[in-house]
Design a protein around this ligand. Structure first.
Ligand code: G6P
Length: 513
């Protein structure tokens, strides 16, 4: 490892070299390009780089490393645009130990804003997490139509063009792995220019029902499907997402779908839909959990730790359901006054997408509700909710190692990696209260307390059960959840995709089940 301050300023991940060898053996004739909106790292104002925010980037770092991939991403911020000006659009990716080159696409700030802050987050994210209050929202007006045309479509075209340019330089048949809802149009646009490429798109967020997609004007939802159907394989987090996708192709676009084969037939091509629940890297997460930085945070926590610690770690996203989580906790305090002064709810939150007004309003509401509950129930020396904001991964880890109850109650969530991290690193035999609408519920259900995320009474009751659960039962659930995560780690997420690419696409004649 380099000793330069630059390299020390970034966190490096080293997945097993055996995984890399496995990928090379399985797909010997492919050069890989990973494509995502966010790049793997972001220039820090004080110099050096930090890892890009969000669980998706963390997972993609491992993917790019293991696949020995090139990476195409958007220059999103002033700092990233300045970096491109200084070093050109292509450079080494300092967070990855293989020779990964990072290729930036540089939309104008206006294009990026329309693509990200008008279409991707307030519209697509909201549809895919069922967040609209349909009696009143959305208003699909001229602004949205313009942002679609001049922002979303334009940025997708630029990203696709970059992928094509990179793909043409590669020594072998390109395997293009596109990620998430910001880039739905890319597969088809790449297919037009690189017909021989293998293209996969992985969607990290839920795929809703055909009916809910109908909130979006037909030309937009058709373009999204057409874009995705440029793929060979479309990947999702859960089996329900796969079913909803196939139904959407059939019902909304009249396409020929084979539900049993989980495939769509289009222009003589087969597009497969498969689910691969994403995960975390067990070794590096465990290493981080035992690191000096986390121990320091745990020492600080010891100074104020209540008898019962309820925790949550989330981006301040309306889909995360933070406000209902507080209301459920309020129910706990009101039904069980004996717990007042003994329990504390530590919400460690990462402000997110503050360039989008719904997100700003949501953050305000989170603060207001926490403040109200603290004023109403707090007493001398006891604050019911400890609300903290920040991007500190060590502090987050300290919370996850020490909770007695972890609340993960999203309205809907593609998977939710916090719950997997919590299951892996917790050392207090903590109980997980998990929304039945989180993708991770499919894997973790036997080991968690399942809740309907809209039901604040039931959520409050689950928090209570988590607090009073006996030691043997806590241990049984804790070990069960931990073992699921250990068995289905990020390596499995990657190998299952690689196997399907080999069996369904790269080796003609073989068809996997
Ligand atoms: C989710 C999405 C990702 C996104 C991440 C962080 O995990 O699936 O695509 O990158 O949130 O959100 P942001 O908008 O800050 O990139």
């Amino acid at each position: 490892m380099s000793d330069s301050p630059f390299m020390r300023s970034v966190e490096r991940r080293r997945p097993g070299s055996s995984m890399r060898a496995y990928v090379t053996r399985t797909l010997p004739h492919n050069s890989v390009i990973v494509v995502s909106n966010r790049g793997p790292h972001e220039p820090r104002p004080e110099g050096g780089f930090a890892r890009g925010a969000g669980g998706v980037v963390t997972a993609l770092l491992t993917l790019a490393e293991v696949m020995g991939a090139d990476w195409v991403a958007c220059a999103r911020t002033e700092a990233e645009r300045a970096l491109v000006k200084e070093q050109g659009p292509t450079g080494m990716a300092p967070l990855i130990s293989s020779q990964t080159q990072l290729h930036y696409v540089t939309p104008t700030p206006e294009q990026y804003d329309m693509y990200y802050s008008v279409i991707s987050n307030p519209v697509l994210w909201f549809i895919q997490h069922y967040l609209w209050d349909l009696a009143h929202q959305p208003l699909i007006n001229g602004r949205i139509h313009r942002a679609w045309r001049d922002g979303y479509v334009q940025v997708n075209k630029q990203v696709a063009q970059k992928v094509v340019d990179v793909g043409r330089q590669l020594p072998e048949r390109p395997l293009v792995m596109v990620h998430d809802y910001q880039l739905y149009l890319v597969p088809q646009l790449v297919r037009e220019q690189l017909p021989g490429a293998i293209i996969q798109h992985f969607i990290h967020i839920p795929w809703p029902t055909p009916q809910y997609w109908k909130v979006l004007p037909k030309e937009m939802r058709d373009a999204i499907l057409r874009g995705l159907l440029g793929c060979d394989i479309v990947g999702f987090q859960s089996s329900l997402d796969v079913r909803n996708f196939l139904l959407t192709c059939e019902e909304n676009s009249g396409l020929q779908v084979d539900i049993k084969e989980r495939a769509v037939l289009l222009d003589g091509r087969i597009v497969y839909a498969r689910h691969y629940p994403i995960s975390i890297e067990v070794a590096s997460t465990t290493r981080l959990a035992f690191s000096h930085g986390v121990m320091v945070e745990e020492r600080k926590l010891r100074d104020w730790r209540p008898k019962y610690l309820i925790a949550r770690v989330d981006r301040t996203d309306p889909s995360k359901n933070i406000v209902r989580g507080f209301l459920a906790y309020e129910k706990l305090l009101s039904h069980h006054p004996e717990l007042r002064g003994e329990v504390q709810f530590w919400a460690f939150l990462q402000p997110s997408r503050q360039d989008v007004s719904v997100y700003r309003n949501y953050l305000r509401r989170v603060r207001q509700v926490a403040l109200r509950i603290n004023n109403q129930y707090g007493a001398k020396g006891w604050m019911p909710i400890r609300l903290e904001f920040g991007e500190n991964v060590r502090k987050a880890m300290a919370a996850l190692r020490n909770f007695d109850v972890l609340l993960v109650n999203p309205v809907y969530d593609g998977l939710n990696l916090v719950v997997k991290e919590g299951a892996l690193v917790n050392r207090s035999e903590g109980v997980i209260v998990l929304s039945e609408n989180a993708g991770a519920h499919e894997e973790l259900q036997p080991h968690v307390l399942s809740i309907n995320p809209f039901d604040i009474e039931a959520t409050g009751q689950a928090l209570y059960e988590g607090i009073v659960m006996g030691v043997a039962e806590r241990r049984r659930r804790h070990e069960g959840a931990r073992d699921v995560v250990r068995a289905n780690d990020i390596a499995r997420w990657i190998t299952r995709q690689v196997q399907d690419i080999r069996d369904l696409v790269a080796t003609p004649g073989l068809r996997a089940g």
